[in-house]
Design a protein around this ligand. Sequence first.
Ligand code: G3I
Length: 547
Amino acid sequence: MNITMAKVMLSTILVFLMQLTFAQQETTYLITDFDGGGILPNEWQSYGDLGSHGVVSAKPNSDGKFYEQIWNGKKDEGYIVSQSDITFRIIPKKKLKEKTITNVFLRMDINCGGAPGTKINIVLVDGPNDCCTNDVNWQYSFVKNTCEWETIEINLAEFGYAYDPNNHEKSIDITKVGRVKIGVDIFSGTERQIVQFDNVALVVKDKVEVTGYDDSTSIPENSRLKSTAKDFLVGIAVNPSRVQDTDYSALYTKEFNSVTAENAMKMRSIFKGIDEEGNLSLDWTNSDLIVDFAQANDMNIHGHTLVWHESTPDFLKTFEGTNQEFESIIEKYITAVVTRYKGKIDSWDVVNEAIADGTSDFRESVFLERMGTDYVKKCFQFARNADKEVKLFYNDYNLVFDSKKQKGAFAIVDDLINSSLIDGIGYQMHIDYNFPNKLALKTATDLIVDRKLLVHFSELDVKTNPKGSIKEFSEKRDMEQAQKVYEVVEVYNAIPNEYKYALTIWGLKDDDSWVTPRYGFPDWPLLFDSSFGKKKAYSAFIQALQN
Ligand code: G3I
């Protein structure tokens, strides 16, 4: 017997033993370990639009070899993929007959090889082609920032984000699929990205702990969001007219223990002008109303937001004084607002959305133009000078999946940490019913926890019609939205208690949301329907905390 035969035999025995060992709970089908073992030993190849820019190699690691792709970032577009060379039946159909995909997991070891920020897409294909036509390609994406080997396990039920829009609605029925190819894509950027993977396996579990929204279990009538969440605040975005409307205020106080002013504490609402001596004219009517309401009802207050490009009064944009004068006005403004609510407002979004979408660069704004690239730090310093106790947050959207924006935001944050000026980060959770996935949420959340900062999921709403394709809210979308809310709450609740702050929902009823006016499609993004009725998403929030 030659060495190759012996290796194959050994690996076959190993696979058999692995199956035996886990027979009670799980069966592992090793696809490949890149070292001769598995159903598909080493038979992987690279392809892609710009595949030549990716160096693909098999290198030794502790257990033998792994597969590596390097994207050198020479072009703006393109991808490289490693994919099994042949299509194969991972699991004989008959074994899966009685299973659902919730029993099946893709397990692999993965690393980003010293290139933090790499965006990894794992793709399952159920058809004869490589991509997109006649096939369904389910993709699962996340950004990997900590470049150490880790074993990930993805429930196949969590794939389901098909990148062919025509197949978007489908979900994987693995009993019909039968043949599966697995690829790992690196979408290019201007920067080097690396994916290393090893020990790819499918795992079929007999007993799967169901972590998902269960529509068949009703929640007790007396459940409340705020009391079910034991270790963090549950917040709601409010505005002055609604806190004075008893239909709203009754629910606000019953369900929530924190408020954020949706608009009333923004600059445009408070800052009305500057006179010739440089005195500020400030209108506290709306912001006071909200503070009074929260205090009267013993609710926490998160201040939103001291500086935001979208809420800059016109007179500041056209201000004719010097940059120094501009800066001193901003200092006076921040000092005045923070001082007025000292001891009443627990935390502030100091600067909101400073990074431009899809880049790591500052967004253009009058603050950047007048105060320079240090403007964020200066604003944090002004806020800190005014109140030593108040918690200071940087708040932004898309940080979970826009890897460049994430990088830019964390560069700001790390600088603030070095100057001891920041207490927490707000991830605005304006997300879709099917995106981003749970692993991406968790990976991005870990970035905050790793830095020992407070985590605020600050503006949760879950779009159910992001592409405008539905006219009515279907039962299916209702369920999918609930599942996404469940995942968000699960990820939040798993944060170590000392880094939890609040999970804030961006509005009460579907028809109150900013989403429909902004995007022009009907949508149902919140936890209550337009008649103040609890949706499945509400129950999912509660369930995620109870399971
Ligand atoms: O109050 C006026 C009203 O008098 C007028 O008749 C009406 C006509 O358009 O406009 C009303 O003001 C609107 C205000 O919401 C209150 O409804 C503004 O036009 C509108 O621009 C404003 O939108 C807000 C938006 O921020 C801009 O400030 C949304 O309510 C608010 O949900 C949204 O929230 C932001 C966060 O602050 C930051 N993150 C993103 C998030 C969504 O855009």
